[in-house]
Design a protein around this ligand. Sequence first.
Ligand SMILES: Cc1ncc(COP(=O)(O)O)c(C=O)c1O
Length: 391
Amino acid sequence: MVYNFDEVIDRSNNRSSKYDERLKKFGTMDVIPLWVADMDFRTAQPIIDACMEKAKEGIWGYTSRPDSYYDAIIDWQLRRNGWNIDKDKVSWCLGVVPAMSVIMKLFSEKGDSVLIQTPVYSEFYDITEAAGRNVVENQLVEVDGAWEINFEDFEKKAKDPKVKMFLLCSPHNPLGIVWTASQLERMFEICNDNDVLLVSDEIHSDLIFHGTRHIPTATLSPKAANNVISCISGTKTFNLAGLQASTTVFPNVEMKEAFDQYWMSMDVHRNNAFSSVAMEAAFNEGEEWLEQLLTYISANFDYVKDYCDKHIPKIKPNVPDATYLMWLDCRELGMTNEELCEFFIKEAKLGLNEGYTFGRSLTGFMRLNTACPRSVLRQAMKQLETAVNRL
Ligand SMILES: Cc1ncc(COP(=O)(O)O)c(C=O)c1O
C-alpha cells in the first residue's frame, strides 16, 4: 500500500495535546504546532484495521497480554536490531517516562545524583528532580556544528560516588545523534567501572536515517546485557503515544520483579484494550508504512535545511540521523531565550519547543518537529522567513 503523507488531516477534534494545548503552552491558539513529539500522520493501515476490529467487539474489559504480543516485540528487535530479548526479563509499562521514573525510585535513593547528557529530552531533568535526585550534566560539546561527548567530563562525573544512575538517550533527542558502538561501549564501561546503573532510553530507535544503524546498548557485550536497563516502545515509531504502552528490558529477573511489584502495588499492570492490539499489529505489519514514513521525513529534513540555507541563513538547522526533530541554531538572531520564544510565537506564529528546556544553560536554540505534511512545513518556513526579514 502506498501512503499519502502529504494529506493534511484536521486534528481540531482529535483531542490532541499538540493542538488543543496551544493556548496553555504558547498563550495563543494562533501558532502552527510544531512542538511535542507526535506526528500529524495517520498510522499504518494494519494498526488502524486491528483497532477497528477491536472497537467492533464492543467488549473492552480487563485485558490479558497473549504470547503473540511479546512475540511481536521480540521478533521486531531481533529482525531489525539483532537483539535477542529474553521474555522472562521483559516488563510492560504505560510509557518510557513512567518506566524510567520508577526505575530511578527503585534503584537509587533520594539525594543521589543522576547523570544526563544535555541538551536532552527535558523529562530527563524533570523526572530526576521530581524524584528528589540531583541532576548532574555531562554537556555535549559543539564542534563545527556537530555535537560530541566530552568523555573526560563524563568519566569525572561518573566517578562522583553520589552519581548512581546514567540516563542515556539513544538515539538522541533533540540532536538526532545515532551513537556508534565505540561511543556506547566507552559510556557503558565508564558506568560499569563506577557502579553507575545505565538506563538506555531507545524510544527513537526505529526512526533512523542516512544509512546509520541503531545499536541497542544491551547488545554491546554480555556484560552490558547483564547490567543495562533498556526502555523501548513502538509509540514514537508508529505515532501511538495516546495508547500509552512501552516495554522495559531488565538485565535480570530480580530487577524486573521489583519493577512489576511497584506497579502491582497500585494495580497498574494491564494494557488498555487497544494498545496491545495496536502494538502487535505495528510490530508484525507496520514495516511497509515505516519505510515510506522515513523517506518522507528525510525529505522534510532536506526541505527545511535547503530553505534555511537559501532564505533564512541566520537560522542553521541540524539535519538529524534519528528522530523527526530538528535542532535549530538561531544564535545569529542575537536574542535572549525569552526574546526568541516571543519571536517564534508572536512574529512567526510558530509553536516550537524552546531549546533551553533541553539544555538549561543554552541560549538561542529551538526544536522543530518535522513530522507533518510538507505543505505545513512550507507555510511554517515562509512565516519564519517573513518574520526574520522584518527584524
Ligand atoms: C527520548 C524520549 N523518551 C521518552 C519519550 C516519551 O515516552 P512515553 O510517551 O513512552 O513516556 C519521549 C517523547 O518525546 C522522548 O523523546
